[in-house]
Design a protein around this ligand. Sequence first.
Ligand code: NAD
Length: 476
Amino acid sequence: MQMRIGGVEVSSADERWMPVINPATGAVLDKVPEGTLYEVDEAVHAAETAFDAWAGRTVRDRGMVLFKAAEKVRVQHKDLAALLTAEQGKPIREAIDEVRGFANILEFYANIAGALHGDYLGLGPLGDCLVKREPIGVCGAIIPWNMPVLLMGWKIGPALLAGNTIVFKPASSTPLTTLTIASLIEQAGLPLGVLNTITGRGEVVGEAMVKHKGINKISFTGDIETGYRVRELAGSHLKEIHLELGGSDPMIVWKDADIGTAVDGAVRGRFYNAGQTCTAVKRLYLHEDVADQFTSRLRQKVEALRVGNGSNHLVDMGPLSGKTQLEQITAIVRNVAEKGQGTIITGGSRLSGPEYENGFFYAPTLVTEPVPECQLLHTEVFGPVLPVTRVSDLETAIAMANSTRYGLGASVWTKDLSVVREVFSRVQAGIVWVNRHLTIPPEIPFGGVKESGLGRENGLQAWQSYTRTKSLFMKW
Ligand code: NAD
């Protein structure tokens, strides 16, 4: 599959290609061009050329294009989901959810289009001020491989509605579904050049986008260390930056929680997308009164998960998304075992057998009583491994929840409103769920605190972040 610049399919200037591997089988699925600085320039040029006409349309008109694009995606959702599963590995059910989630986002922004407005300030004898919301110009969006379709929606929905044009870069390992969607959006009426999708290596294409003087804002989702690099590079041009980075979400289960619901929440929260979700439950804290019962039910459910090729409708968890991810998880769990940093009560190894032979499958893993210095409690573990810690009081649970560099999401499972209030006010996170985890509808602003990021996706806040105010101050 080729890149899309100005609505045209292009390969790279030096004719180099990158393979896209199916992580369930290890087979090459397709190839995409390994972009160069030349294509980044071309994409920025196409976005600059398309800007005035797109920004000059009414916001409702832009919203209508988003509606039509969402409709096209909905019509094709089964094919798109199958492609997503093939390149990323997630079970088909989750891929369908993700593609529908993309359509939901576009529809959300299309729906609010007619209600968006600037501001008016009456300043008495000083005069009157009109505050207009203008698009920023050409925006760059860079996303990772774990949820390529959803994250594409989070970036392009508000940016397009606000009247910006975009240079978009998916991860090297998962470019196919987003490229297909980019083409569908153009078929829905998005003018050519408004959305340009380029493929290539992060250190080449990504960095060139971040440094490019023609790009006025970068919205980046990915690893914390890459986020620091992006911030450093973007700073030299005073580019606006939005960073959505890693997380290590705590889940606190209080003694009065509905155990059945909470166990299901922990299983979904950790093993959805094979644990490769920024807001996955990455640390579980159980009140000691319910810890034994909870752990035994959790173990039963985890051992019942069907792991396999995501294209099989009966599968609950697919492979890890690539060889690198499999090697990382294997090394982390081996380290925990070798150093005696916790007890692996289930899983703990790569899966073997004919079904798993060439894919990147890892067993769903539970580690109980991790020691305080256990790596699982301090770094983001992007795979199906859950550390389970028992706590006796809320003070300790909150202190442990806050004991990392991350601050993306957190959840508390309880019926006690005073516990909810304590957790909501004291846990450092951009979102706190009560009796649920993971779900983020387009209406809810989402983003991190501490090293989990800067800025917010979704909601009115994301639309605002893709605009700048311009004031007209009049003295009569
Ligand atoms: P990554 O940082 O390696 O890559 C993300 C993207 O950045 C890719 O497109 C990559 O090609 C590009 N990139 C790599 N180096 C770059 C550079 N020097 N300059 C510019 N671009 C560069 O991250 P990853 O491993 O692909 O993704 C996993 C991470 O993403 C996890 O930490 C996860 O928590 C995070 N994530 C965060 C959110 C959120 O909303 N906060 C959502 C999903 C994933």
